[in-house]
Design a protein around this ligand. Structure first.
Ligand SMILES: Cc1ncc(COP(=O)(O)O)c(C=O)c1O
Length: 390
């Protein structure tokens, strides 16, 4: 991978050390160019092409197909959304629940994938059951999940990759466990898409929702949902309006949704972000997901080596290497994560504070493929200097 050539396509990288792909990814030029070109077209030709959802303008079909290809599934199983939470809400509100149904969720899950279970506990009487992810081994996670699963479990809902320390769950084994108990597996792919190759049929999960604006480098406010084809009829649309229907009878109000994932796409939307999300998928696919994953792993190893042994610095990634992805945390003893983050930001290093183990707070270092070795070293040196100056 020619990292320096690739970086030329990402303008933000010329101005800072960008270690916050897990917050929001920096847009490559083809993404921004698509947005600008379409905004210009709307301005010059009139906006009705957008309002009437013509494929040559919206590229909705094409983008669903790109997402599907990217994830190894079919385009009619994909819904174009604006965020991860929208996907979780669609599935959560769309399935039928009985009081006492159990949902196992991850203790470190983002509210995007977690708030829905609290709402359904209140409204439908479901029981959310918390699974704290141990980072010693995939087997430890499975052992805990086996302990929690019961005949009442309807769904296991987890981050594919957690946002605090980048722990990647053993998805295939969790899917097998869920299915053996007649339950489903839903994954939050927001921190996973764009980090490594994903084949959802191989993973064996049932529902997968993700934002496209982190490691995938799509525009902010874009995302998607995949619902396994045979489960589409079981997920009733809860938010409806114009679009997503086979028919709507203005006389009677009778309404019939499409049988595809498109049934969850309703109402007015700002279409230019959709082809721009497609441009992001093309960009990341062009770099190559295998190469991206290998590079991030190497950068994480380098960062851990640079940080370990520095006085007052604690680095934290999942203890088991098999659970790691492109993120590592770092804390300075006796310093709040927010303060450390602010000091690093003042040096032009973009990142955010996060929580570590044992009540520690520190910063999250997202080592996406576009980060250079030199930037890893400079960030590690900056953390060591801050620790030494205390
Ligand atoms: C694991 C995870 N899921 C979801 C989100 C964001 O969700 P949404 O796209 O609904 O804003 C984040 C953002 O930080 C995240 O880390």
């Amino acid at each position: 991978m020619d990292v320096h050539a690739i970086r030329e396509y990402i303008p933000a990288l010329q101005n800072c050390i960008y270690l916050n792909a897990g917050g929001i990814g920096p847009s490559p030029k083809p993404v921004t160019d698509t947005l600008i070109r379409l905004a210009q077209q709307i301005s010059e030709d009139g906006p009705d092409g957008m309002a009437f959802s013509r494929e040559e303008f919206t590229c909705a079909k094409e983008t669903r197909a790109k997402i599907a290809h990217f994830l190894g599934v079919d385009a009619d199983e994909i819904s174009l959304l604006r965020s991860t939470a929208e996907g979780f809400d669609i599935v959560g509100h769309g399935l039928r629940w009985e009081p006492g149904d159990e949902v196992i969720f991850g203790g470190g899950d983002h509210p995007a994938a977690r708030a829905i279970w609290a709402i359904l506990a209140r409204r439908q009487g479901i029981h959310p059951i918390r699974l704290d992810l141990r980072d010693d081994s995939p087997e430890a996670i499975l052992e805990d999940a086996r302990r929690l699963i019961t005949s009442r479990t309807r769904l296991i809902s987890l981050s594919h990759v957690t946002s605090e320390n980048g722990l990647r769950v053993p998805a295939r084994e969790l899917a097998d466990l869920a299915h053996a108990h007649g339950a489903y597996l839903m994954l939050d792919g927001c921190q996973a898409v764009g980090q490594f190759p994903i084949d959802l049929r191989e993973l064996g999960c049932d529902f997968y929702a993700a934002g496209a604006y982190k490691w995938l480098l799509g525009p902010f406010g874009t995302g998607f949902l995949w619902v396994r084809r045979d489960l589409l009829p079981s997920v009733e649309p809860s938010w409806v309006g114009a679009g997503g229907t086979i028919s709507f009878d203005p006389e009677t109000g009778a309404w019939e949704p499409l049988p595809t994932g498109q049934k969850f796409e309703f109402g007015a939307r700002y279409w230019p972000v959709v082809p721009a999300m497609g441009a992001a998928i093309d960009f990341v696919s062009g770099v190559g997901l295998d190469a991206i994953a290998a590079r991030s792993r190497a950068l994480v190893t380098r960062m851990c080596e640079r940080l370990s042994g520095q006085p007052g610095v604690i680095e934290f990634a999942p203890r088991c290497a098999a659970l790691r992805t492109g993120m590592v945390g770092a804390a300075v003893r006796g310093m709040e994560g927010k303060e450390l983050a602010a000091r690093l930001q003042a040096r032009g290093i973009h990142l955010r504070a996060n929580r570590g183990p044992h009540g520690l707070t520190g910063v999250r270092l997202c080592l996406a493929f576009f980060v250079t070795e030199d930037e890893v070293d400079r960030a590690a040196d900056a953390i060591a200097e801050i620790a030494a100056s205390r």
